[in-house]
Write a protein that binds this ligand. Sequence first.
Ligand code: G16
Ligand code: MG
Length: 220
Amino acid sequence: EIKGLIFDLDGVIVDTAKYHFLAWKKLAQNLRIPFTESDNERLKGVSRLRSFEIILEIGGLTMSEEEKEKCCTEKNNLYLEYIYQLKSDEILPGVRKFLSDAREKGYKIALGSGSRNAKLILEKLEITDLFDVIADGTIISQAKPDPEIFIKGAKLLELPAESCIVFEDAAAGIEGAHAAGMYAVGIGTAENLPKAEIILPGLKGITIKDIINKLQIHIK
Ligand code: G16
Ligand code: MG
């Protein structure tokens, strides 16, 4: 029986990818690396350091660990300038309603985000109180597709993995959910998320009941 819902942040609850893009683009420009919106797709759900390594690969550059660390801090400062301006109406359509409806029905809700800025973003969106627990980038050592974030989320919810489902927009996150022993609802397209048990374009107009019904064919 499903009792817990674990939500990715970027791409599921809010489109912070556009701010990650703007910040990475500024940093890339300073390094004279060409960086496009389609390159940015490769960074979705990926950790901050790994994202920067992908950008270095695009530019054919190498750096010491220390220099990489410095650039990642610089990028995060640029990113935070956007996040400080984030408004609560930037929450993606239907998300607030979906979360409050699921809570009312007795489901436990966790955040499962690789971001180290997740708590600040939830505060800005004014939805911190809709979450029972928060698993974010500050409590993990392995980024998605590693299942660590989802395993920690379930643990904080005090639920076994098989009682949880994950909502994810990134292929790496779907992979992580499966490795944790959880079903995955993909937010996006079947083309981008072929492995998800269910695919939805977003959470608008949908209820947890609809999702549980659709999952019945998978649940033993
Ligand atoms: C998000 C984004 C990634 C970002 C990562 C780390 O993951 O999708 O692009 O690199 O967080 O974020 P930060 O630099 O804020 O620590 P998620 O797991 O919320 O989709
Ligand atoms: Mg995401």
